[in-house]
Design a binder for this molecule. Sequence first.
Ligand SMILES: CC(C)(COP(=O)(O)OP(=O)(O)OC[C@H]1O[C@@H](n2cnc3c(N)ncnc32)[C@H](O)[C@@H]1OP(=O)(O)O)[C@@H](O)C(=O)NCCC(=O)NCCS
Length: 370
Amino acid sequence: MSDTTFSPGLAGVIAGETAIACVDQGKLLYRGYAIADLAENTTFEETAHLLLFGNLPNQADLDAFKKKLDSYRPLPKALVDTLRPIPKDVPMMDVLRTGVSMAGHFDPVKDPDALQERAVWLTAQIGGIIAARFRLLNDQEPIEPKAGLSHAAQVLYQAQGEEPDELSAKLLDLTLILYAEHDFNASTFTARVICSTMSDMVSAIVGGIGALKGPLHGGANEAAMEMLEQFKTADEAKAWIADALANKGKIMGFGHRVYKNGDHRATILERELRKLAKQKGQEQWMDIYDAIKDPMVNDKKIYPNVDYPCGLTYYILGLPLDLYTPLFVASRVTGWAAHFIEQAGDNRIYRPLSIYTGAKDTLVPAIENR
Ligand SMILES: CC(C)(COP(=O)(O)OP(=O)(O)OC[C@H]1O[C@@H](n2cnc3c(N)ncnc32)[C@H](O)[C@@H]1OP(=O)(O)O)[C@@H](O)C(=O)NCCC(=O)NCCS
């Protein structure tokens, strides 16, 4: 097959067709709707409905969707009991992976082909798993969900034991909309590959979580905040970034395989982050934020991706670092599930080729000669 092109990281390779999302002239679209429009005019639930069912819900659809989410939120006791003995130093994303896998054994959707229903159930369960682990880590009992809360407010309520204020719920909701979908990114591709073998949706979501965890993907929101958290002043940040760039360091929350001139989602979120920092009297963080961003953009022409403002947004909202990447999952599960459904509807198994670089014609020596 010498005529096939090799592209490390599959950069520039078209690996499939999708009608779920695309980047069109630098702007992200979910099923044709611009992300800025969705961010401004919908809630996460409406966006999730759009991704999973293909249309923006009317009021009756939305009410039914939210009711269904609420009905699927309570976790099986056996699942919570599985989380209890997990050592406290196990990363939240590993626990979430285990929790989703365990949830799969209690799938209430008995029809294997009821994929949209299963996607709604999984979306609901994931928020509860994150919250339950968070409480167990803090030596608190998990609490039952409260009907009628938004998906964003529900996770925070179940984790922290009280309903978040309106601003926190609204901003978290915005990040969930921005995080919900992004065509053939690494975790979605993972989910589609798993689907392509005619495996099941839970396996695909578990695989997606494993792929998203890495700091080059979803783990970047935590990693970006870990970087910012070490600075007390903008001057400290300036000195650090100058040194990091001189040493060709990788700066978390910057760069993107698809957006080479800036991630539109980052611009949308950064605008809200600046308002939030002002409102909460935490503008010193924006000085530190800009001290890293300015040389990256002006000198390196590498722009922030959505994870850079997201890390600081969650931080100023008072959310613990450990929740950042799991919150990404609480949203992206809808994108993964939408892709699973699309892949299952027109499937061909993914099976690319590789260039072999190992030895050939090697003979097996007798065991005593090895
Ligand atoms: C997202 C990411 C994995 C994309 O990788 P990619 O498409 O393979 O990009 P490349 O590695 O080809 O980047 C091109 C150049 O920009 C540099 N670059 C890219 N992102 C960078 C970053 N965050 N910090 C410093 N340099 C960066 C690369 O080192 C490379 O430089 P070189 O040509 O001198 O070797 C990469 O930008 C990255 O690691 N970013 C940090 C992690 C992150 O924020 N991930 C979240 C993504 S939404």
